[in-house]
Write a protein that binds this ligand. Sequence first.
Ligand SMILES: C[C@@](CO)(OP(=O)(O)O)[C@H](O)COP(=O)(O)OP(=O)(O)OC[C@H]1O[C@@H](n2ccc(N)nc2=O)[C@H](O)[C@@H]1O
Ligand SMILES: Nc1ncnc2c1ncn2[C@@H]1O[C@H](COP(=O)(O)OP(=O)(O)O)[C@@H](O)[C@H]1O
Length: 284
Amino acid sequence: MKIYEKAPAKINLSLDILRKRDDGYHEVEMIMTMVDLSDRLEMSELSRDTIIITSQAGYIPLDEKNLAFQAARLIKEKYDVKKGVYIHLDKKIPVSAGLAGGSSDAAAALRGLNRLWKLNIPVSDLKKMAEELGSDVPFCIEGGTALATGRGEILEKLSSPPQCWVILAKPPINVSTADVYSRVDVRNIKKHPSTEVLKDAIENKDFQEICQSLGNVLEDVTMPMYPQVKQLKDVMHRLGAEGVLMSGSGPTVFGLVSKQSKVNKIYNGLRGFCNHVYVVRILT
Ligand SMILES: C[C@@](CO)(OP(=O)(O)O)[C@H](O)COP(=O)(O)OP(=O)(O)OC[C@H]1O[C@@H](n2ccc(N)nc2=O)[C@H](O)[C@@H]1O
Ligand SMILES: Nc1ncnc2c1ncn2[C@@H]1O[C@H](COP(=O)(O)OP(=O)(O)O)[C@@H](O)[C@H]1O
């Protein structure tokens, strides 16, 4: 039997850091939503007790460092599955981009293997397993739009933002999440985003208020390291995007656009600036 599972990218509409914890993680408050730029996982059962990962993307690890491999190993151990699996990752989400591609692949592997091996694991238990794989993986299990707290694993479901176009642009640099967090000076965060205001704006489907309330404290770490990210934000604003923000630890910048008539102009303008530009929608 062969099954397919989609693994969509996420963007952070807000990202705030409250404090650094004793375990080294940061206590965050962030609103995340999924967009329709997705990897696709093809999974088939192997009678031999082994995990094999392949991908057309030449730039990700295919061994136990791959998050989909780790997901398969975890579910096999926890549920004592003696069968093997072959997972092909059709990568579309750029890597180390702040779009949680690896985390979403891990979540898709958990969902898919639950189906493939007919394990009937409830979503709450999938999310518990997801926590062991990474802070963003629990959100990627159910997706949608959510307020994430703790280190990212405590989730409150929100309604979807109003439909709009999301333009993603990734400059040709890869950013390490661990490196960015390690440089945060928690006592000197200049401006915390107004998470509550953003949350209300989403509930009220108030597009203009959403655009005004976007905020990400990691911009002040990543942008001085990579000035291209700030330049990209400025270009997006100039081209007419109504709300512009860096996603996660970066370097991807997204722009929210309400009018289709603006989308082509922004897309074409950005293509002159960087190779990786995508026009996507928020997944409801
Ligand atoms: C910044 C965010 C925002 O959504 O996304 P990305 O930019 O990676 O997409 C997330 O917080 C990233 O989550 P994720 O990529 O799953 O992080 P993990 O693998 O759990 O952690 C990688 C490293 O980041 C740091 N880390 C992560 C999460 C957190 N709340 N505090 C931290 O300090 C830790 O140093 C950890 O070792
Ligand atoms: N399935 C996967 N897809 C992408 N990257 C992966 C995967 N498994 C492990 N990685 C590794 O995880 C790291 C972060 O990848 P990614 O999830 O794309 O970053 P981000 O969360 O910043 O978007 C990279 O160093 C990459 O090599």
